[in-house]
Design a protein around this ligand. Structure first.
Ligand code: SF4
Length: 275
């Protein structure tokens, strides 16, 4: 893992990262980053900056200096949809120096959620960004937040959206209203998990009582959406085996299986306490 910056200049309403960094952004000089990378023995480097794809001029310098140094690594980082749409040329160059994909907050298939979060893109933009990444054989690790007001129809729409967008990996997480976010005030009366039970504030547990179903039914909807995505052909398993090798894929599928068991456990646990 490598960090090249601290902070994020954006202020998405649900996110606490920019609040932790006080809205400041500190960038390490590219020469120092190249030096650090050249000392790393691992061939896969995960750049854990809140958002690595921010500054086109800095990225151009990074690309040029990686090429000059002869470094051959596989990189993965966080990115934003708007940057991908506006900077396809940089995306192509990043694929040429070893980037294998990006972790991207798609957040929602509902325009109203994206507006509320302060995102400047639409669900259609996410589909366009996915097409750009496919062109350069870059994987799209999409992160989706499901709000407690989701209905069964919303989950069906989400499944259709995920199929249409053809993301490579999907992470679906229940909405977590952290303190100091605007949503905390509107949701705090429906929080049913102790705020000091930190293990359950982990982006996989439902902490706010859903509007239209019980917590266990909500988990079932999340689980069905995962199953629909990963076991109906949209996630291109053969492509992944070719790209990452059988060993990595088997380990990923083993983790998916563990996640499946975890959801079954959470469904059972919440079912016992459903009203
Ligand atoms: S969600 Fe991402 S882009 Fe938005 S403020 Fe948080 S780190 Fe920055």
């Amino acid at each position: 893992m490598l960090r090249t910056s601290y902070g994020c200049p954006y202020k998405c309403s649900f996110c606490i990262r920019w609040q932790i960094s006080g809205g400041h952004l500190i960038l390490l000089p590219i020469d120092e980053i190249i030096e650090e990378i050249s000392e790393i023995q691992e061939s896969n480097i995960f750049i854990i900056d809140d958002n690595f794809l921010m500054n086109p001029a800095r990225l151009e310098e990074f690309i040029t200096k990686i090429k000059e140094s002869g470094i051959k690594k596989r990189f993965l980082s966080y990115a934003r949809i708007d940057f991908i749409l506006e900077n396809e040329d940089i995306i192509r160059k990043l694929s040429e120096i070893g980037f294998t994909g990006f972790l991207i907050g798609v957040e929602s298939h509902r325009i109203k959620d994206l507006k509320e979060y302060g995102k400047s893109f639409t669900p259609d933009d996410a589909i366009k960004a996915s097409e750009i990444l496919k062109k350069y054989d870059l994987d799209f690790f999409a992160s989706i937040i499901v709000k407690p007001d989701m209905t069964r129809t919303d989950f069906s729409d989400l499944k259709r959206f995920l199929k249409k967008a053809r993301f490579d990996f999907v992470n679906i997480q229940p909405y977590i209203p952290f303190r100091k976010t605007p949503q905390y005030e509107t949701m705090k009366d429906r929080i049913f998990v102790d705020e000091k039970d930190y293990v359950k504030w982990d982006f996989s547990h439902q902490v706010v009582r859903p509007d239209h179903m019980t917590p266990s039914q909500f988990y079932i909807q999340i689980l069905l959406t995962y199953l629909d995505f990963y076991w109906t052909g949209t996630s291109r398993p053969i492509h992944k085996i070719r790209k990452y090798g059988l060993e990595v894929c088997m380990s990923t599928y083993a983790k998916s299986f563990k996640l499946l068991l975890r959801y079954i456990n959470m469904i059972w646990d919440t079912y016992l306490h459903d009203d």
